[in-house]
Design a protein around this ligand. Structure first.
Ligand code: FAD
Length: 412
């Protein structure tokens, strides 16, 4: 690596979408940056997602439920989350049109699933309106009859089908998004390394620098930086404990699995599983990606999809595509990842935990970034870099206080 004498402005632990976005933002602001990834870029959760860049119709539904219960603050929080995610979708499509593409999603409505066609249509209409206000030009399409839905997706179960809506979100190639963001960071001066494992970090108060012990190529080297961001996603608490930071976890590790089948729908679709949880069938090239599930699992190094998760997904599909017989042998591939969700105060069901990112400052000032979604990675990086750049600017006046990641194409 041969950079061990330099004191970097910023060291980043983790080369997923969060680390890549922070490295890019920091480099564009003029900071000297070094990033360590223990495996390969994007090999963690960031390549195991549903591949959606989305505002999340589900959060609008959560906002509505909170509003009905009189929890106005919670309702507003969810609306704001949808708004900022939709804004990010527009920005990402603009800066990376090859990687973030608009995608129509069918939401069929069934009589026996507790949804009313009016409520879903109104929600989708509102979702579309928000997207348009934020710069998206595509409006949802309401499908008022069973026949109009079956025209879009002929192999869907017609029993109790009453109508549907087509909304617009975006689809991406998550692995390529990480790699492209990392390449852009490197082009702007960030030093980014794969197969480098951060064993620990210590703060030297007299020099106001951190020393990071990094293992790579069979040896351990020390690197110095003025600021450290722990962007190791599901490994955040493992990294903290290696550095002897206070015990107690900052994240709730919510694992989720996907299966991939030969393409069997001609339109991507949002459905509800047997337990009323939302799941997606997303067409990616000539395959359909089906997911996801939710369970608590804390060790990202040993995570695998469980048999019962596969059965759950196949069972969910069978309800909607009864003519198609799905069997384990039809599965082309399966994968699992962990959502590194910021741990809320008190006990909360995993499904209800906020998907908004959070920044936690450790006892020596290391910044731990939690719960970064693929969708909001650019905004999360902007948030953390707004804080860091203010501090670094005192020593280095050339550092820019404002981000430019929303303007500069990812290919640059
Ligand atoms: C099933 C599932 C579906 C999802 N679908 C979507 C979706 O459709 N849309 C969306 O917006 N979001 C989605 N998400 C959320 C999103 O994918 C994640 O929140 C996001 O990818 C997390 O990125 P990250 O960079 O924080 O973590 P990661 O991608 O896991 O990156 C962390 C990196 O840190 C590295 N690391 C760990 N320890 C060390 C160390 N000591 N030294 C060096 N490197 C280290 C790891 O190897 C890893 O590469 C989904 C999540 C899951 C689980």
């Amino acid at each position: 690596m041969n950079t061990s004498n330099e004191v970097f402005d910023l060291a980043i632990i983790g080369g997923g979408i969060a680390g890549a976005a922070i490295a890019r933002d920091a480099a564009l602001r003029g900071l000297s940056v070094i990033l360590f990834e223990k495996n390969t870029f994007g090999s963690g959760t960031s390549s195991k997602s549903s591949k959606l860049i989305h505002g999340g119709l589900r959060y609008l539904e959560l906002a509505w439920f909170a509003f009905k219960k009189g929890e106005f603050k919670e309702a507003w929080k969810n609306v704001c989350f949808v708004l900022s995610s939709l804004r990010e979708s527009v920005i990402l499509e603009r800066i990376a049109p090859d990687l973030v593409k608009p995608m129509p999603l069918l939401v069929p409505i069934y009589k026996n699933e507790g949804q009313h066609i009016f409520a879903v249509s109104l929600g989708s209409f509102f979702y579309g309106l928000l997207a348009i206000v934020l710069g998206n030009s595509r409006f949802p399409k309401l499908l008022w009859s069973k026949q109009s839905v079956l025209k879009v997706l002929p192999n869907l179960n017609p029993k109790d089908l009453v109508g549907g809506v087509i909304i617009w979100d975006h689809v991406t190639n998550d692995q390529s998004l990480v790699e492209e963001t990392m390449r852009s960071a490197a082009r702007h001066g960030a030093k980014t390394f794969e197969h480098t494992f951060v064993k620990t970090y210590t703060y030297h108060a007299e020099d106001q620098v951190y020393a990071l012990a990094v293992e790579g190529d069979g040896k351990t080297e020390l690197f110095q930086a003025r600021k450290v961001v722990n962007a190791s996603g599901p490994w955040v608490d493992k990294v903290r404990s290696q550095a002897d930071e206070k015990k107690g976890n900052l994240i709730v590790p919510v694992a989720g699995s996907h299966i991939t089948l030969q393409k069997f729908v001609n339109h991507s679709v949002i459905l509800r599983a047997q337990d009323k949880r939302v799941f997606f069938v997303i067409n990616v090239g000539d395959v359909s990606r089906v997911g996801t599930t939710e369970r608590i699992y804390s060790d990202p190094d040993t995570l695998e999809p469980l048999e019962e998760e596969i059965e759950y997904l196949l069972g969910a599909l069978e309800r909607y595509f009864p003519a198609q017989k799905f069997a384990a042998e039809d599965i082309l591939s399966k994968d699992a990842g962990i959502r590194p969700l910021a741990k809320p105060k008190g006990k909360v069901d995993p499904h209800g935990i906020s998907r908004e990112h959070e920044i936690h400052i450790g006892p020596t000032g290391v910044m731990h970034i939690l719960g970064v979604k693929l969708t909001d990675h650019r905004r999360a990086a902007e948030d953390i870099m707004n804080r860091i750049s203010r501090e670094i600017k005192r020593e280095k006046p050339s550092v820019k206080l404002k981000t430019s990641t929303h303007q500069i194409p990812l290919k640059n």
